[in-house]
Design a protein around this ligand. Structure first.
Ligand code: KG4
Ligand code: ZN
Length: 345
């Protein structure tokens, strides 16, 4: 079965074709992405209305591109999966409208997929895929969650951020350090040049007996240090501050992931979402995996941030494992800008 996946929840237009008769990465026949990062950079963050308009401009050319890459035609598509939420309402609507219009024209089933489900299943497309059950650490610009995943559509929330997401903390810290949007990769690169321990920062909720996170206080602590240093933050000070910030975030994500593995007696960790591309986090989780005898799985780097491949895969797995009832929705659609993952069954 050939599934078209569409991702338009934020600032990337991603399309992909996944063949569910093949397995793992071999099923991914084509994927293509248009990133809006350059367009939003001048505003220091995503401008929702511009995001929606840009998705509309790129979605059809990207469909032609993935069909050509895979050597397929529209008629070969058996089902269409699109990101139904969470995300920016206008941006989600472009994908939802496109998916349902195409489904109507081709008379094919259309499925709304949860964006985080896409992220947490995306390591199944890697060379070393995990098996169920596993713990998923979802770390993106909008979410920081630990999930116990026992199968497709079977997700139990173990803990989440009470305020800012990890990616948001990266982006806000980047702004404070004078780096451009999106801040994650820039802060990470700068931190590599810094010395640790010169600007000690808190590890919020590190020792609480739950699996929740909090990152807004950490961003405020960075702001306090910036103010303390004064107006002329030099390159060395910026690098040292970036280093202490990254160390603090990594410490907390590592400690809570280990705790989630321990309390659920699970031996596999999946890390997904944009912050999962962070090499300091990966180094720390890989080293701990050796010490504590668990395995850690990531999507391929190009599939860490938003993409259509993860949505096509999630759609294909839902069709295969859950046999969703698709016949009488008459191609009416709605989007869910706020949508808890546990409510997707
Ligand atoms: O999953 P994603 O592409 O979009 C959302 O669903 O939010 O994640 C984007 C987030 C941004 O906050 C970005 O700064 C962060 O992921 N990010 C990183 C890195 N690459 C992207 N954060 C830390 N280190 C990175 N290398
Ligand atoms: Zn995402």
């Amino acid at each position: 079965m050939l599934v078209l996946g569409l991702e338009t929840s934020c600032d990337e237009t991603g399309l992909a074709l996944y063949d569910s008769d093949l397995t793992g990465r071999t099923g991914l026949l084509a994927h293509a992405l248009h990133s809006q990062i350059a367009m939003h950079r001048e505003y220091g963050g995503v401008v929702p209305e511009l995001a929606s308009r840009d998705h509309i401009r790129h979605i059809l050319p990207l469909l032609t591109q993935v069909l050509n890459m895979a050597g397929k035609t529209k008629q070969d598509i058996n089902a269409i999966a699109y990101t139904q939420g969470p995300g920016l309402a206008g941006a989600l609507l472009t994908g939802a409208a496109f998916a349902n219009a195409l489904g109507f024209a081709l008379r094919r089933p259309v499925l709304g997929i949860h964006h985080l489900e896409g992220h947490l299943l995306s390591p199944l497309l890697s060379d070393t895929p995990p098996a169920f059950p596993f713990i998923a650490l979802l770390v993106s610009g909008g979410h920081t969650q630990l999930m116990h995943v026992t199968g497709v559509g079977r997700y139990t929330l173990l803990g989440e951020t009470l305020d800012d997401a990890a990616g948001e903390a990266f982006d806000k810290t980047a702004k404070l350090l004078g780096l451009s949007y999106p801040g994650g990769p820039a802060v990470s690169a700068l931190a590599r040049l810094g010395q640790p321990g010169l600007y000690p920062l808190p590890r919020p909720m590190l020792h609480t007996d739950n699996l929740d996170f909090s990152f807004s206080g950490l961003k405020t602590a960075v702001l306090t240090k910036v103010k303390m240093i004064g107006a002329n933050l030099n390159d060395e000070q910026r690098a040292n501050l970036a280093r202490d910030f990254v160390d603090a975030v990594v410490d907390v994500l590592l400690a809570k992931s280990l705790k989630a593995l321990r309390t659920t007696h699970t031996r596999q960790l999946v890390v997904a979402g944009g912050v999962g591309a962070n090499t300091q986090l990966r180094d720390a989780l890989n080293a701990a995996a050796q010490r504590h005898n668990y395995s850690v799985h990531y999507p391929d780097l190009e599939l860490c941030t938003d993409n259509g491949a993860m949505i096509a895969l999630a759609g294909a797995l839902r069709l295969k494992n859950m046999r969703p009832i698709l016949s009488d929705h008459h191609y009416a659609y709605s989007v869910k800008p706020r949508w808890p993952l546990e409510m997707t069954e």
